[in-house]
Design a protein around this ligand. Sequence first.
Ligand code: HEM
Length: 378
Amino acid sequence: MYDETLKLLRKLAHSALRHFATGEALQKLFSTTVPKLEVEVAKTAGKPVDPKDLISLLLYNTFSEMCFGKRFDMHDPKVLQSMKLIDELGQNIGLGLPEDVFSILRYVPYKKRDIIRETIKNKEFFMEQIGDHKDTHIQGEMTDIFHMFLNAQEKAMAEDNNMEKLSDEHLLWTIIDMFGASIQTSTETIYWALALMTEHPEIADRVRKEIDDVIGRDRIPVIEDRRSVPYAEATLYEVLRYASIAPVLLPHATTCDTTLRGHVIPKGTTVIMNVYSMHFDPREWKDPENFCPEHFLAENGTVRDHPPSFLPFGAGRRGCLGEAVGKAILFLIFTWFMQNYTFSKVPGKESESLTNMITKVNAGRLLVPYEIMINKRE
Ligand code: HEM
């Protein structure tokens, strides 16, 4: 519900992301995570690998450090349990619950609602991080997002203002939301990107050539490179369009009476945006059914940042809070993979498609797990 509590928490999360997840701060987190990932990728040399765990390793480490100031061993059972919590919430909340559309339906038994209730009991990992932070927090400390949240809580207490909106439970779920919203979406997008780069080696070669010419191989990509490698950036945008991992957005409600193409929509009506239809609209895209980075290149070779029919991060007051962070982190991970590796199909399985989608998952357009060969570039 878009009430005063949500507005305050959204504002808090937004300033936390601005402080910890942009520019130099994000670049530093990424650079310190890369060596760890290199070691993990090297272990897969010559073997077929499902890259999803590698991608989440990178993202989980980056966001853990951002939120809690520490990294975790990916094989730590508590980390695995927390990832399961996020995964299951994502899978089961997906497009929302029936009561989001008709509130009376909250009284009708629904299996997914029960699964969600059970799943959210498994939040020990996050409770533990928060407990550690509260035990050691020094007033004014700003070393990670949770310390920043605790400062806001302390300020509310001191000023006797907004305390009920910044309870431990609110802060806990804001962090879990940020984890869930960032890691799953970014992982699935990069998972699509690597599948598409394996399926379209000619496009992948062109991306690599541009990276070699502009960035070279002696340093890792940085956020400022974005404008200098338009083909790579256009390819990433095309991944976001073609994958459309969130084909219909979260349910929202109109905040006032309105009309759309002559239809009256009263205040409080649940509305769900169909971005898939925008992303595959033949009136807006030259060849919507095919993967084609040129969709995002203007005639003068620059990137079309905001084509009118492109909303992978939603829009408006409830649009993605992490759009800027998401775009930056996708760019860093994608260009780093392309700079350092080539991808090929598993020998003997060349005719199998890597872009089959799981049907009946209401969380989005997710790929059936696949394996590829990741080859270190000479
Ligand atoms: C590939 C990356 C990402 C994609 C495709 C993506 C997409 C989306 C979409 C489609 C929504 C729903 C918008 C709507 O219903 O209008 C959303 C919401 C949200 N996203 Fe993202 N996102 C990404 C990355 C991130 C990151 C990195 C963060 C945080 C660090 C983040 C935080 C959020 C939050 C907190 C919301 C809920 C906003 C609210 O309900 O008010 N996202 N995202």
